[in-house]
Design a protein around this ligand. Structure first.
Ligand SMILES: O=C[C@H](O)[C@H](O)COP(=O)(O)O
Ligand SMILES: C=C(OP(=O)(O)O)C(=O)O
Length: 353
């Protein structure tokens, strides 16, 4: 009687579906080898050197908006690995491997939440598939980037990530800033969806400090951690109601960073608000980046690009087969546009050595 009464007080709007695999169990199933661990560590170190201003190469975070098909992701990574070797003296290429999608309103929330893309929400399968893709891509020798959206799920893959993002919708969230202060990779904070850069600068400052952060340990036991602070936070300009990639916008952001004695550099996201959701416009934003870099800008430390095997995007329709290699979230650039764009950026970077 008492139990029923209790149920009606705090379990009105949820019911258990399944228990979640622990990080320890998942890592036992899909362990990181010594070779992959040192690949991740060296990828992070190269990115950190760019952030420290000790490497003039351009950080390029590139890949599909989201990963929904492991085979297509591996094919993309294999092709990208060839380009990353070709341009290794100018570009540090890191592949976008986004498994969690923050949605403006509704929509598919990514491989971790719904790996079968049918609303069956098999989270244990999703997290296993995500970890496997990351192991495979890192095994190819390509560093990986992701958005840390859910403060618990990201920890199941964080050991395989060389660059992390806190997205436009969560940069202002205290919990995400605290999580970033604990993460082992460099973290880019997006400006807000309305274009507000100040919240991203605040996030960099907050994440660089130590915090108390409550999260599960590898066994799944809730634990109180003291974080050390992340010295590699930086701002990602992604535009908002209007683009913010012009030299003037970047100079303004640098001016604001200077006021807080922070390094005067940013990553520019060519997609999202900067292309105003017209994916081909990423090419014009890229021309502007190349132009600014050629004229000596040191403020652009990196760029983010949404690209996949096939350009554009497609809807997830029940029973309808998906087009292989095409995005199911934001529209992406084609492979051939991607090749042209990386060539242009690599040539521009030569000019700033
Ligand atoms: O990068 C992806 C999307 O821009 C983000 O997840 C929001 O997508 P939506 O506006 O289609 O929900
Ligand atoms: C969701 C993304 O970006 P933003 O947070 O800038 O909207 C993204 O890069 O996938």
């Amino acid at each position: 009687m008492l139990e029923n009464h209790h149920l009606s007080i705090d379990r009105l709007r949820k019911q258990p579906i399944n228990s979640l695999i622990s990080q320890e169990e998942l890592e036992k199933k899909l362990p990181i080898s010594d070779a992959i661990a040192s690949q991740v560590i060296s990828g992070r170190r190269r990115i950190e050197r760019i952030l420290e201003g000790r490497d003039p190469r351009l950080l390029v975070i590139i890949g599909p908006c989201s990963i929904h098909d492991s085979n297509a992701a591996i094919e993309y990574a294999t092709r990208m690995k060839t380009l990353s070797e070709q341009y290794q003296n100018q570009l540090e290429i890191v592949m976008r491997t986004y498994f969690e999608k923050p949605r403006t309103a509704a929509g598919w929330k990514g491989m971790i939440s719904d790996p079968l893309l049918d609303g069956s929400s098999q989270v244990n399968l999703g997290i296993e598939m995500a970890r496997k893709v990351l192991l495979d891509i890192n095994r190819l020798g390509l560093p990986t980037a992701t958005e840390f959206l859910d403060i618990i799920m990201g920890q199941y893959i964080a050991d395989l990530i060389s660059w992390g993002a806190i997205g436009a919708r969560t940069t202002e969230s205290q919990i995400h800033r605290q999580m970033a202060s604990a993460l082992s990779c460099p973290i880019g904070f997006k400006n807000g969806t309305d274009g507000n850069i100040d919240i991203a600068i605040d996030a960099v400052r907050v994440a660089s400090a130590s915090h108390i952060f409550v999260s599960p340990n590898k066994k799944g036991e809730m634990t109180i951690y003291q974080t050390l602070g992340n010295p590699y936070g930086h701002v990602v300009m992604r535009g908002g109601k209007k683009p913010n990639y012009s030299a003037k916008d970047i100079a303004l952001a640098c001016h604001k960073l200077r006021d807080f004695h922070l390094p005067e550099h940013v990553v520019v996201d060519l997609s999202h608000g900067n292309c105003q959701k017209r994916y081909r416009h990423q090419l014009s934003v890229s021309h502007s980046m190349a132009e600014q870099i050629r004229s000596g800008s040191k403020a652009i430390l990196g760029v983010m690009i949404e690209s996949f095997l096939i350009e554009g995007s497609q809807q997830i329709v029940p029973e309808k087969p998906l087009i292989y290699g095409q995005s199911v979230t934001d529209s992406c650039l084609s492979w051939s546009n991607t090749e042209d764009l990386l060539y242009e950026l690599s040539e521009a970077v030569k000019a700033r050595f």
